[in-house]
Design a protein around this ligand. Structure first.
Ligand code: MN3
Length: 204
């Protein structure tokens, strides 16, 4: 049984960057629904006991096309939002350190350049989707964007996401309306690089 990540901050704890109503709706309704639907589909597909990464990484083994697409959509919705919500903090570390910072500097030149690349992909995503910072098992970093609830795992890239930037309108529309770039700027104000760094270190 897959469970939504519990927020380790109050629903108003990310104000003014993400407002309370958006967090309540996004986590309490959207993410809750993806999670419920994913659990139902996992049971239907006979995949109980597998991890979300295993399921999303082997969708080709599901022969029924409707079920396969459902697992990709709802499983992505479950997994992507867990990563999204767990990387925020009301008092975030504004930069990583150590090996992770070294990998960022090697790939992008600087932390600001890394954020700019992800922001540009997020702003350029036409319609609903996500922008990503991911790693492979060797610790090499990648940026990408995906449509819908697709992610680097369901895309079969061999990459594991570290940062998930949701650019579906439900993530920002109540506060930012059409101004997605303002939401993207706000995202970096509450992203906790210490959490991202801990995830990176656990994966490589
Ligand atoms: Mn969302």
């Amino acid at each position: 049984m897959f469970e939504q990540v519990k927020l380790d901050y109050a629903t108003n704890g990310l104000e003014p960057y993400i407002d309370q109503t958006t967090i309540e709706t996004h986590h309490g309704k959207h993410h809750a629904t993806y999670t419920k639907n994913f659990n139902d589909l996992v049971e239907k597909a006979g995949l109980t006991g597998k991890s979300a990464e295993e399921i999303l990484g082997s969708l080709d083994s599901v022969s029924d096309a409707t079920l396969r697409q459902g697992l990709k959509n709802q499983g992505g919705g479950y997994y992507n939002h867990n990563l999204y919500f767990e990387m925020f903090s009301p008092n975030p570390a504004k930069a990583p350190t150590g090996k992770f910072l070294a990998a960022i500097n090697e790939k992008f030149g600087s932390l600001d350049a890394c954020k700019d690349e992800i922001s540009a992909l997020a702003a350029a995503q036409f319609g609903s989707g996500w922008a990503w910072l991911s790693t492979d098992k060797s610790g090499k970093l990648y940026v990408s964007k995906t449509l819908n609830q697709d992610n680097p795992i369901s895309e079969g890239t061999g990459q594991i996401p570290l940062i998930a930037l949701d650019v579906w309108e439900h993530a920002y529309y109540l506060k930012y309306k059409n101004l997605r770039p303002d939401y993207i700027k706000a995202f970096w104000e509450i992203l906790d690089w210490k959490k991202v760094e801990a995830r990176y270190e656990s994966l490589i």
